[in-house]
Design a protein around this ligand. Structure first.
Ligand code: ACO
Length: 324
């Protein structure tokens, strides 16, 4: 049998870091009122990084990809599949994955984007795992890369304080022993409206609203329920139980959703990997950013069992259980 396994992780955060207080001071200049206290209490976020004006998602993806390749001991030329999960691509087309391939200087391998908003990384990892198991690929770069600062409405305090920019990457390779144990993906298009950036490019113009809109409470209510359900389904597929999970890495959107999910899975909060305080919500990048931070700090060790869980616009959600 042929399995897939994570061979290395990497991540990158753009240089500009804004604390809540710094962001609040900037917003106040435009008459938008918020505070460190409100943001921390409702979300757990303390700071976020924003890309420089000329930095695109593929620019953030490049150093993350290089770090993952180095950690894996894999040369860029060995990669035969690139999947970039992003909702903030550099261009309408070509895909950010093709732009990244060029920046990595490797022509020829398959490269495409996956668009599942904050579930993008678990979607991408599931697709890469299936392609490796089928023999369609043997060494894949799976990356979440986002520049959500470009689609934030800085006049809307209910959303602009929540998001940040960044990229996280893994190298997923064919293996004789299982790394990825099970995964499951879902979407429910009936909830398109609760989280969307509904603009598009047409006739040489941007049509519709090009900034992020969210009904935070509707998202919150849906998220906790579906995250518990999909985690349980994936555990069952893998023949495991709650107790087998060493680490839970949920999409880093809001500490209250994350803690709520951990509680429903009866996991002590010590098993929850938290980076939302330092990164904010980086959409598809949040899970691989958190994974890389936890691996590099020595928090997660080789051989441990990790549950990744994504949830986001679409509405989309999914989970991947893996042995590192
Ligand atoms: N600063 C100060 N006050 C604010 C701010 C702010 N940044 N934003 C909202 N408020 C005010 C509101 O105006 C409201 O005031 P009012 O009572 O006078 O009307 C009050 O705070 C409460 O607002 P609510 O929206 O009820 O606040 P809530 O407790 O629901 O928290 C939040 C809002 C943080 C957005 C929450 O609903 C949430 O986290 N939802 C989930 C969002 C999420 O996780 N999204 C990402 C998942 S998918 C993806 O990542 C793309």
């Amino acid at each position: 049998p042929r399995f897939s396994r994570i061979l290395g992780t990497g991540s990158y955060l753009p240089e500009q870091r804004l604390t809540n207080a710094e962001l609040a001071a900037q917003l106040a200049r435009d008459g938008v009122e918020t505070s460190d206290e409100w943001i921390v209490e409702r979300t757990g976020i303390r700071a976020r990084h924003f890309a420089a004006p000329d930095q695109t998602s593929s620019d953030l993806a490049l150093p993350a990809a290089r770090a993952a390749l180095e950690a894996a001991g894999v040369a860029a030329e060995e990669i035969d599949l690139i999947i970039v999960a992003t909702s903030t691509p550099d261009m309408v087309f070509p895909s950010t994955a093709c732009l990244l391939q060029q920046k990595l200087g490797i022509a020829g391998c398959a490269a495409f984007d996956v668009q599942a908003v904050c579930s993008g990384f678990v979607y991408g990892l599931t697709v890469a795992d299936a392609m490796i198991k089928s023999g369609a690929a043997s060494k894949a770069l799976v990356i979440g890369a986002e520049t959500f600062s470009r689609i934030l409405d800085f006049k809307d305090r209910t959303t602009c304080v929540l998001f940040g920019d960044g990229a996280g990457a893994v190298v997923l390779g064919a293996s004789e022993t299982p790394g990825i144990l099970a995964s499951q993906l879902h979407a429910d298009g009936r909830h398109v409206d609760i989280l969307c950036t509904p603009g598009t490019v047409s006739g040489g113009q941007v049509l519709g609203h090009p900034l992020l809109k969210m009904d935070g409470q509707a998202v919150f209510k849906l998220a906790v329920g579906v995250l518990e359900k999909v985690a349980r389904a994936v555990l069952e597929k893998a023949g495991k139980t709650d107790a087998d999970i060493d680490w839970l890495i949920p999409h880093q959107a809001n500490i209250r959703i994350m803690q709520g999910t951990a509680k429903k899975l009866k996991l002590p909060l010590e098993k929850l990997v938290v980076t939302v305080d330092q990164h904010g919500n980086t959409s598809a990048a949040s899970i691989p950013l958190a994974l890389d931070a936890a691996v590099r700090s020595g928090q997660i060790k080789k051989g441990e069992t990790v549950m990744l869980e994504g949830v986001g616009g679409g509405f989309t959600w999914g989970a991947v259980l893996l042995d590192l």
